[in-house]
Write a protein that binds this ligand. Sequence first.
Ligand code: ATR
Length: 284
Amino acid sequence: MKCQVHSKPKACIIGWPVAHSRSPLIHRFWLERLKIEGSYERAAVAPTGFPAFVRDLARQGFAGANVTLPHKQMAFEVCDIKTETAAYLRAVNTLWIEAGKLCGDNTDAAAFVGALDQDAPGWDINSRKAVVIGAGGAARAIVYALKLRGMRRIFLINRTKERAAELASDFGATTEVVDFPDLPGALAGANLLVNTTSLGMRGQPPLAIDLAPLPPDAVVSDIVYVPLETSVILAARARGLRAVSGIGMLLHQAVPGFERWFGVKPCVTPELRGMVEADIAAAA
Ligand code: ATR
């Protein structure tokens, strides 16, 4: 399913604030490399103005948009048509217009596994057990993705236990909540550990977790990408574990939107990654 491709299509990232977003960097890189005469801009839109802005996307000449904080739930509510993934996650990060209807998808789940496939190939060969830290929107997308990829047991751990319990109840028997004292037991035998919280992000406390119980073939993944390598990623590498930082998910979430608006599926190349990493490092 593709939206109509305009002669000089334009798209944008809608957020509040939006100045920090790396999406323009990513999409403009692809536009230039693929020699597409399109454009991608930032749109700072306050929550009160969001529904009117997206209803008016086509009239403003946009083929579609990315949506970031704090609008992902509202984007879900205003869409006429949602993909199955967006419906399940109740959040939308990619918008396009098709036959006059506002359509929405959530590309975070596919982006998470896309990054793992690229940076830790074979991570799911024996998908026995994953430990997911956090219970917000990102955790929901990641649990959904892991379940689809056949992860047999998913342990959820969160500061606010009730949120983890709510998430677990939405996903059924595969998922279970663990308390912090039981974390070492959950890590033992886990193939994958994922941090979905903002812990470790610049300006936030680090994620204080002992990786010792993880088996030597476990993969450690963090959705945080500022800094490029969080303390948990560094600790995983120091232990000789494969580690996947958040930059891959950031890059992969952009692919489906670009394809819909500009008509070509772009690649997440080392060159793109290096450019975005350099930008993040320069801002630090
Ligand atoms: P997102 O949609 O990006 O996942 P969110 O819904 O605000 O954002 O969720 C953020 C997650 O990070 C939650 O799991 C949150 O824990 P709570 O549910 O207890 O709020 C977690 N988080 C954020 N700051 C934290 C901190 N200082 N310590 C522990 N967990 C934290």
